[in-house]
Design a protein around this ligand. Structure first.
Ligand SMILES: Cc1cc2nc3c(=O)[nH]c(=O)nc-3n(C[C@H](O)[C@H](O)[C@H](O)COP(=O)(O)O)c2cc1C
Length: 128
């Protein structure tokens, strides 16, 4: 269907960004450091980057919610795996994370009703 329903948000010390894949740029959407809200583990607040994969269900037509859940999760898996491959090629460290308080994070990120947080993924340097 080529829904392209997954948006990648990037939480950094200097703020929250939304990745524009077409232009290959990060657009800042919040000035706050929200890294600590991206997961339940201590390291997330200090990591250089936390990615948050968010599905926009409004791009997925009239398909049933079960299908939206399924394809959003599958697509996030592919994207996350590509991040793993890139990190390995560049000597970076990464971990995908399901331990996320999605309700709290959604509020902090000011997400809309139709946006659903699927997973988060931390990227850092070896030894950090
Ligand atoms: C869907 C999914 C969710 C995960 N959630 C977390 C998480 O919340 N926190 C965490 O530290 N690791 C999480 N992991 C990472 C696994 O714990 C990790 O991949 C596993 O322990 C294997 O370690 P390795 O990737 O270093 O081989 C998750 C992995 C997957 C696939």
């Amino acid at each position: 269907m080529n829904w392209q329903e997954i948006d990648i948000y990037v939480a950094r010390k200097d703020g929250l960004y939304l990745y524009d894949a077409n232009k290959n740029v990060l657009n800042k959407i919040l000035d706050e450091d929200i890294r600590g809200a991206t997961g339940g583990q201590d390291f997330v607040k200090d990591a250089p980057i936390n990615l948050v994969f968010v599905a926009d269900y409004s791009r997925m037509g009239d398909s049933p919610k079960e299908s939206k859940d399924f394809y959003s999760a599958t697509d996030t898996g592919f994207i996350s795996q590509n991040v793993y491959l890139y990190c390995t090629s560049e000597g970076l460290r990464t971990v995908v994370r399901g331990w996320v308080d999605r309700e709290k994070l959604g509020k902090v990120m000011k997400l809309k009703e139709n946006q659903k947080i699927i997973l988060a993924q931390t990227v850092g340097y070896p030894g950090n």
